[in-house]
Design a protein around this ligand. Structure first.
Ligand code: FDA
Length: 406
């Protein structure tokens, strides 16, 4: 079969958030840009994000919202293209949006608005996007100014594409059905760039011990907690599910958790349970402990906690509890220690932690230090945001930074 040949200034692997932002930016500088995408349409993750409303950025973006082997790496790009720049673009396109908790910005109507905005920007700047395009390999060229050759299959047809700048925006491993792939890591390894070990982040926890049954029985129940692990804490909602625990607090802390670690859950954030129960014992001495607790935690959860913490004490009134047992229960309420058996993994994880080591990348341009013309942007890099629009902001900021020079 005849091999078709193409030649572009810039080729971008992946028509996701970072790739489309980079493509529009580079094309607006007059570069001839091609984006190759293996899926049947661009921006699938954008469409699925934020429950279909895309949490596209956050009013309060700080470097501390990002996890990376080098916590300083993200600073230059986040400064070069800020949340205000992206909000400006959203407003120019007259996209209705709203602020939710913690400065999170969502589309008021649909995530489609964000994708269409990026596609409009690309179309206006003359970007070509090829879907159903699978990369088979990349090789360096000794043919200045051309530096890289991609071999691809587009719907069974072999294709060869030469370019000056190659931008890897192929995302990470999370949710393979939405395009998650390891091609970016393969290319990094091929060109000698180090990788940081990868694992699922922003992902629910599972249990195999007695907590499994408890979570099943409480499935659907949500409450505000403070959850802590490895020196990090988040106060947000936790949700019991059929498999374990989820909800924003749990997704956030999962990015700091490693296999075998314990997490600590404060079921009464802002309440000192010792003081509260001591006072309750004085003033509501004839109440059952579970009645008092149910006022704050709900009956279903308290029934389960009773099974775990004071089964023998049964249906006692507060007056009948020894101070020692009562204070022990108070300590558990403020510091319930659990050891998840694992996470739900890449199947449901919103992000992948780790990736291409940022030590090998220029923080100003996203270009690989020892491979001129080779760029890595977005989630493929070892930069992972907290929940709340930070991962998209990283895609916009890193994509823009590379688009200015690629
Ligand atoms: P992204 O994954 O967006 O794009 C990579 C593209 O490369 C894909 O289109 C893929 O098909 C393509 N590709 C992969 N391999 C290829 C190959 N071999 N050849 C060609 N193309 C290839 N973040 C946030 O800030 N707010 C939110 O609301 C959400 N919500 C959310 C929901 C869900 C369900 C998930 C899974 C994730 C989120 N996120 C999020 C995270 C956010 O979606 C993610 O961080 C960004 O999409 C990363 O952008 P990238 O462009 O790096 O990768």
């Amino acid at each position: 079969m005849q091999v078709s040949s193409l030649c572009f200034d810039v080729v971008i692997i992946g028509a996701g958030a970072a790739g489309l932002m980079c493509a529009a930016t580079a094309a607006q500088r007059g570069r001839r840009v091609l984006v190759v995408e293996k899926a049947n349409r661009p921006g699938k993750k954008i469409l699925m994000s934020g429950g279909g409303r895309c949490n596209f950025t956050n009013y309060q973006v700080e470097p501390s919202n990002f996890i990376s082997g080098n916590p300083h790496f993200c600073k230059a790009a986040l400064k070069r293209y800020t949340q205000w720049d992206f909000i400006g673009m959203v407003e120019r396109h007259a996209i209705p949006y709203e602020e939710r908790k913690h400065g999170q910005l969502f589309c008021r109507d649909s995530a489609k608005d964000i994708l269409n905005m990026l596609l409009d920007e690309c179309a206006q700047a003359g970007v070509e996007i090829r879907i159903h395009c699978d990369i088979l390999g990349v090789e360096p060229l000794e043919d200045p100014p051309l530096r890289y050759r991609l071999t691809c299959h587009q719907q069974e047809r072999p294709l060869r594409i030469d370019c000056q700048s190659l931008v890897v925006a192929s995302g990470a491993l999370s949710i393979p059905t939405l395009g998650g792939s390891g091609i970016g890591y393969q290319i990094a390894e091929q060109f000698g760039l180090p990788l940081i070990a990868r694992r699922a982040g922003l992902v629910p926890f599972m249990f195999t011990d007695q907590l499994k049954g408890l979570c099943e029985r409480l499935s659907g129940l949500a409450l505000e907690v403070t959850v802590s692990c490895n020196g990090q804490s988040f106060t947000e909602n936790m949700l019991f599910t059929h498999r374990g625990i989820s909800g924003p607090a749990i997704l956030q802390i999962s990015s700091y958790w490693e296999a075998g670690d314990r997490i600590t859950i404060d079921l009464l954030p802002g309440t000192d349970a010792r003081t509260w129960l001591r006072e309750a014992k004085q003033h509501q001495a004839r109440q059952l402990l579970r009645t008092v607790l149910a006022g704050k935690l709900g009956r279903a959860l308290v029934t389960e906690l009773q099974e775990l913490w004071w089964t023998e004490a049964g249906e006692r009134t507060l007056a009948e509890f020894s101070d020692k047992l009562l204070m022990g229960i108070a300590d558990q309420l403020n510091g319930w220690e659990l050891r998840p058996s694992g996470t739900e993994g890449y199947r449901t994880a919103e992000v992948t932690l780790g990736g291409v080591d940022t030590d090998a990348i220029s923080s100003r341009t996203m270009e690989a230090r020892h491979c001129p013309g080779l760029y890595f942007i977005g989630e493929v890099l070892d930069v992972t945001g907290h929940l709340g629009g930070f991962n998209f902001q990283w895609a916009w900021s890193s994509g823009y930074s590379a688009g200015l020079v690629a």
